[in-house]
Design a protein around this ligand. Structure first.
Ligand code: NAD
Ligand code: GLY
Length: 356
């Protein structure tokens, strides 16, 4: 195991650590203090469990461990799958001091977190994220839930974990396409909140794509620091937290129009960030830098010809719409973002037409 780094998400009595290091699974970190009672349920899926379940159990020696392996994929992020987890908790006789441990990407983490939030009105919850996207975004901040047939993440709760344990070694088995999709969210943090980090990413993108361990560890650490700071300031997205949705209004419209699963979320967000930057009142060379970094990361920078009208209709259904007005996260400058409904309609039309 190499150097471990801990970041705290400061939320008063519900504060928790994000522990980042290589080799933390397989006994490199004692998870038992984060499992209050003797019983825990590890929720994983059919892809991740064969790779990392056995290792995780060595971090929990002496605990009663039950396991549920979910089918893999966003298509299974449903109330049916949630019920299968709740059924398992009932079957094993889980009680108030039992703990749910999510081992997997954002899909597993979101389902397991909501099961932990709802079983007996809330039991222990631990996140062990294994995709880059989950390590830099979904495992931190307490958004949990499942999809409804008529909308993504429509059913859920804010429920913070007791710890996020990030073994960066798990990224070794992540498919390239998933790694790149996670990098889109990493680039997002630089664009919205940290110009210096953005410049670092420009210099280190090749190392990140080559899975250089030091570069990945730094990218994960800085992303988690930025997310922790934003969540601590605005846990329930009353204001500042919404900047984390940079590129997502356009991105969700792309996902919706293409059919979920066609493009990965990070790919749609990458194209969405280029469009959001074009709508922003920033210098052309700043938009060009964002675009160039996404290209260097092997990510798309425009939707695949969906059509302006279709995208606008899809955006009107965004969760950030208030009083029928679409709200966008725009850049004030590269490295600083704001949420606003004050944008130029003609410019929006031009951005949509130019990209489509
Ligand atoms: P995912 O969970 O579907 O994982 C992607 C794929 O990688 C899956 O096939 C998975 O089995 C596989 N995988 C996971 N870890 C692996 C590993 N180490 N080696 C090999 N394969 C591995 O997708 P994701 O991108 O991690 O998460 C997307 C989900 O996260 C979406 O449902 C999205 O809504 C949600 N999300 C939630 C938040 C939040 O704040 N809660 C934020 C962003 C996204
Ligand atoms: N992924 C956006 C958020 O956590 O708020």
């Amino acid at each position: 195991m190499t150097g471990t780094h801990t970041i705290t998400v400061e939320l008063g009595l519900r504060s928790y650590p994000i522990v980042i290091g290589a080799g933390l699974l397989g006994g490199g970190f004692d998870l038992r203090p984060y499992v209050a009672g003797s019983d825990c349920l590890i929720v994983s899926n059919q892809t991740v469990a064969p790779l990392y379940l056995e290792k995780l159990t060595t971090n929990l020696v002496g605990k009663n461990i039950a396991v549920i392996e979910l089918p893999d994929g966003e298509a299974y992020k449903t109330t049916d799958t949630l019920h299968s987890v709740l059924d398992k908790l009932v079957d094993i006789g889980a009680s108030r001091d039992s703990t749910v441990i999510a081992l997997g990407g954002g899909v597993v983490g979101d389902i397991a977190g909501f099961a932990a939030a709802s079983y007996m009105r809330g039991i222990g919850f631990v996140q062990v994220p294994t995709t880059l996207l989950a390590q830099v975004d979904s495992s931190v901040g307490g958004k949990t839930g499942v999809n409804h047939a008529r909308g993504k993440n429509l059913i859920g709760a804010f429920y913070q974990p007791g710890i996020v344990l990030i073994d960066t070694g798990t990224l070794a088995t992540l498919p390239d396409r998933e790694l790149k999709a996670g990098l889109a969210e990493v680039i997002k943090y630089g664009a919205i909140a940290d110009l210096e980090f953005f410049s670092w990413l420009e210099s280190n993108i090749k190392a990140l794509l080559g899975r250089d361990a030091t570069a990945l560890a730094h990218a994960i650490r800085r992303s988690c620091e930025l997310k922790a700071e934003i969540v601590a300031a605005d846990e329930r997205e009353g204001g500042r937290r919404a900047i984390l949705n940079f590129g997502h209004t356009f991105g969700h419209a792309i996902e919706h129009c293409l059919g979920y699963g066609e493009w990965l979320h990070g790919e749609a967000v990458a194209a969405g960030m280029v469009m959001a930057a074009a709508l922003s009142d920033i210098a052309p060379d700043e938009s060009a830098r964002l675009r160039a970094l996404l290209v260097a990361a092997g990510l798309p920078t425009a939707p695949p010809g969906i059509g302006a009208r279709k995208m606008l209709d899809a955006m009107a259904r965004d969760k950030k719409v208030q009083r029928k007005q679409i709200r966008f996260v725009l850049l004030k400058a590269l490295g600083t973002a704001l949420v606003t409904a004050d944008y130029n309609d003609r410019k929006l039309q031009q951005v949509l037409e130019a990209a489509n």
